[in-house]
Design a protein around this ligand. Structure first.
Ligand code: MTE
Length: 335
């Protein structure tokens, strides 16, 4: 990749990139071809570069309005504008650059959809597309989303707690982990068909949580954002949102959830275990081997060159709700 590695994450776009270079970059990148394989979240290298991209693409996918209970506790959080939430994405199945998912996912077919929940449980079930928004009352959750690449957003998700779904299938005593799998469909997901476009990931994308993490009421199955069903680039029709962990745990477009006795393999840990751990709790005291995690660039309504660097909080600010899950664990070992 063309992008230079910064010394520390304190830099922002305007420290390293002048505006005319930024405006030329989109066409430049198009001419360069796709991102290098496995350079992985190497957009991270580019937090001073393409992590600042917002596509000017007008999404054509039709989203539907949802009925839900408002998040009355968090209306005070300054939300990232919807246009930025839906045009600055990590969804490698539709390309490893931030502006590719909104361009390449608009034809994604989400209905019919099947989500199976099985494994170590008494009542395995399969949900179809309508079940996803009708099975449980929906609520808004305004959460901070902190990407491991050191940018963040505040997103008004709509969904239900994963624990409600898990209760329905009745996990048995062997269920120690919950594993998630994204759809594998190279015909629809060009990043799965083209290794370079898909960032060198071995698909399907898989993630997992410990069962107590999965049962925590903050852990959300999201079916929408900003009052409407999810657009494909954000993980339609259903995705996970785990707000105290780096964003890569929040797996998109889920087709299978499995209760397991043993810890399964997960996509980023598998690809680069020294850089991405199983836990991936947001931790300003544990740097990524190639950059600091002490601070983050909050994406807000300001322009690309606004200084929005803020301190990163342990557990992304949700320590009161989740720190007890990790009592006695060395979090620099279990990163
Ligand atoms: N899920 C799948 N299937 N594929 C991905 O590439 N990227 C992850 C996560 N879920 C990813 C995924 C990463 S790195 C982040 S930061 C978040 O999705 C981004 O979610 P957003 O695009 O809705 O902001």
């Amino acid at each position: 990749m063309l992008i230079k590695t910064p010394q520390r994450s304190q830099l922002i776009e305007s420290d390293v990139t002048n505006e005319s270079i930024y405006h030329d970059r989109r066409s430049l990148l198009k001419n360069m071809g796709f991102l290098g394989a496995g350079a992985l979240m190497n957009a991270a290298l580019s937090k001073n570069a393409n992590a600042g991209f917002f596509s000017d693409e007008v999404p054509s996918f039709k989203t539907q309005p949802l009925s839900y209970k408002q998040d009355s506790a968090n209306q005070g959080l300054v939300k990232t504008p919807e246009q930025k939430v839906i045009s600055h994405n990590n969804f490698y199945e539709f390309g490893a650059k931030k502006d590719q998912p909104v361009e390449l996912a608009q034809g994604f077919n989400v209905d019919p959809w099947k989500l199976t929940i099985s494994g170590e449980c008494d009542n395995p079930i399969t949900l179809d597309y309508d079940d996803l928004t009708k099975l449980f009352p929906l609520e808004e959750r305004i959460y901070r989303l902190r990407c491991v690449e050191a940018w963040s957003m505040v997103v008004p998700w709509i969904g239900f707690s994963l624990v409600d779904l898990l209760k329905k299938v009745a996990p048995n005593s062997r269920a120690k982990y919950v594993a998630f799998e994204t759809l594998y469909d190279p015909k629809q997901m060009p990043g799965q068909a083209n290794r370079r476009l898909g960032g060198g990931i071995k698909y399907p994308y898989v993630e997992a949580l410990r069962i107590d993490e999965a049962m925590n009421p903050l852990t959300l199955m999201s079916v929408g954002l900003y009052g409407k069903t999810l657009p494909p680039q954000n993980g339609a029709p259903i995705r996970l949102v785990v707000p105290w962990k780096y964003g890569f745990k929040s797996i998109k477009s889920i087709v299978a959830i499995k209760l397991l006795e043993h810890q399964p393999s997960t996509t980023w840990k598998n690809l680069a275990p020294k850089e991405y751990g199983f836990y991936a709790n947001v931790n300003p005291n544990h740097d990524h081997p190639r950059w600091s995690q002490e601070s983050e660039r909050r994406i807000t309504s300001g322009g690309l060159f606004t200084r929005n660097r803020i301190a990163t909080l342990p557990f992304n600010g949700y320590g009161e709700e989740v720190a007890h899950l990790y009592q006695g664990m060395d979090l620099s070992k279990h990163y």
